[in-house]
Design a protein around this ligand. Structure first.
Ligand code: ADP
Length: 441
């Protein structure tokens, strides 16, 4: 009740009611006084009622307008409080790129005061001025030295990463959306900017550490593997068996080291690709040959459904071998004893892509964990119980190679039934991105 009275009392004080207090009320009071002096009886009562009704007709609309404005001001205050409290920078601008809102975090990130930027239209030419360069690059992302789209073209909200060089190096993630009113009219655009510079530099030093360590491990490990290889051909069965165990362990360790080095190079955008004309069918056959023996050890049969003659595609043969090798190796690792693997390659009709799929009869991937499967170091709960070997980098590397070729990768999986991985590669070289970029989610 108290709050209700306070609300009414506050709206009495709004400027919209000033006209009532300073002009209408005195005028009506004078009219009432004149009537009281010159009229009497029933006529006086009727005239006073009429004056009161006219006063109410003038007063009530201005009171409800002031009440609405008062509530609007409270809502605006709440929105401002929320914007101020946000750790991420928020900017809102209209169709003419005029800044409508600029929160505290934006002031810090862009090094600009709200007052000097609010209601000013930002043009691309603002990037020529060092003071406004960062803001111009966020509003017009194509001006940034590096811009990587993270969301699909037709999604309502857009997400992209920006790498900024000047005035200082920054890594920003920008969430972008349109603001529309109830009648679907465009009011403006909102951008929420998350400064990832610090997280990125911590991640980079971790990667640097891993790269150095992996580099140092590679040479001695290769020597150990050779030594075991030599011992494995020994005629003494005892030596041969022990050497076989050593050979397998050193091989696994070398694979981990190679994965760490590849992932680090991918993150730095220097995995290095050599594109050439590749015959995918014979490439797949060559990779499958390597995995027939390990598959046989688990009684797993590999079938390859050869396509009708495929046209050669522009690709990096070595990197595509890594993709196929990893998918086959996983299909063996996460398969059941006596399982099967079916590999298929075919041209997608009416599309400039070839699709390759690897289907297994293995443990599958739990539905709740499926969206994390391409993330670095992720291993599903059932895989951890079933197969201790692996560090969860293979699919991260595989996805990056496929994306670098302009293709896509996805899978279907059912627990305890099996998994099918599919990836596409373009037959039109124009669909290959011009340069390397890391896809880390
Ligand atoms: P790793 O095999 O070294 O763990 P990967 O990146 O190749 O790393 O795979 C990540 C995770 O994805 C695996 O740990 C496993 O949980 C799951 N996975 C990959 N391939 C399959 C598959 N064919 N069947 C079931 N799970 C799979």
């Amino acid at each position: 009740m108290n709050q209700f009275l306070r609300k009414w009392f506050n709206s009495f004080r709004e400027p919209e009611t000033n006209i009532v207090w300073f002009f209408v009320l005195p005028a009506f009071a004078i009219m009432a006084a004149i009537n009281i002096i010159f009229i009497s009886g029933a006529a006086l009562i009727v005239s006073l009622v009429i004056i009161l009704l006219i006063f109410a007709a003038v007063f009530l609309p201005s009171l409800s307008l002031s009440k609405a404005n008062y509530e609007l001001a409270i809502e605006k205050g709440k929105v401002n409080d929320i914007l101020t409290a946000l750790v991420d920078a928020v900017i809102i601008y209209d169709e003419q790129f005029k800044i409508i809102a600029f929160n505290k975090a934006a002031e810090i990130l862009f090094g600009l005061k709200k007052d000097e930027i609010l209601n000013h239209a930002i043009q691309p030419s603002a990037a020529n001025n060092l003071k406004f360069r960062l803001l111009a690059q966020v509003i017009f992302p194509s001006l940034a030295p590096v811009m990587i789209k993270k969301s699909a073209e037709n999604e309502p909200g857009q997400v992209f990463d920006l790498k900024i060089k000047e005035p200082e190096q920054k890594e920003l993630r920008v969430y972008f959306n349109r603001i529309i009113d109830e009648k679907k009219n465009l009011i403006g655009f909102v951008k929420v900017i998350h400064d990832r510079s610090r997280e990125k530099s911590v991640a980079e030093s971790k990667t640097e550490f891993l790269t150095i360590a992996a580099h140092e491990f590679r040479t001695p490990l290769t020597a150990i593997k050779w030594a075991f290889e030599a011992l494995a051909s020994n005629s003494d069965p005892g030596v041969k068996d022990t050497a076989g165990i050593g050979l397998k362990a050193s091989g696994n360790l070398l694979e981990i080291v190679e994965h760490l080095l590849s992932a680090a190079k991918i993150e730095e955008g220097r995995f290095g690709y050599q594109f050439e004309k590749v015959d995918l069918t014979s490439l797949i056959e060559k990779v499958l040959e390597k995995y027939r023996e390990p598959a046989l050890r688990h009684n797993i049969k590999i079938y390859f459904q050869k396509p009708d003659a495929l046209e050669p595609i522009e690709a990096d043969a070595e990197k595509i071998s890594i993709v196929i090798g990893n998918l086959i190796s996983n299909a063996i690792k996460y398969n059941i004893e006596n399982g099967q693997i079916a590999v298929k390659a075919e041209k997608i009709s009416n599309q400039p892509f070839i699709e390759v799929s690897v289907k297994d009869t293995g443990i599958g991937i739990p539905p709740a964990e499926q969206d994390k499967i391409f993330s670095k170091f992720f291993r599903s709960s059932n895989a951890l119980k079933f197969q201790t070997e692996g560090i969860g980098l293979g699919l991260f590397i595989v996805r990056n190679i496929v994306k670098r070729h302009g293709g896509n990768i996805w899978f279907e999986s059912e627990e305890k039934r099996g998994t099918t991985f599919h990836f596409t590669l373009p037959t039109n070289p124009k669909l290959i991105p011009p340069k390397e970029a890391a896809y880390d989610e």
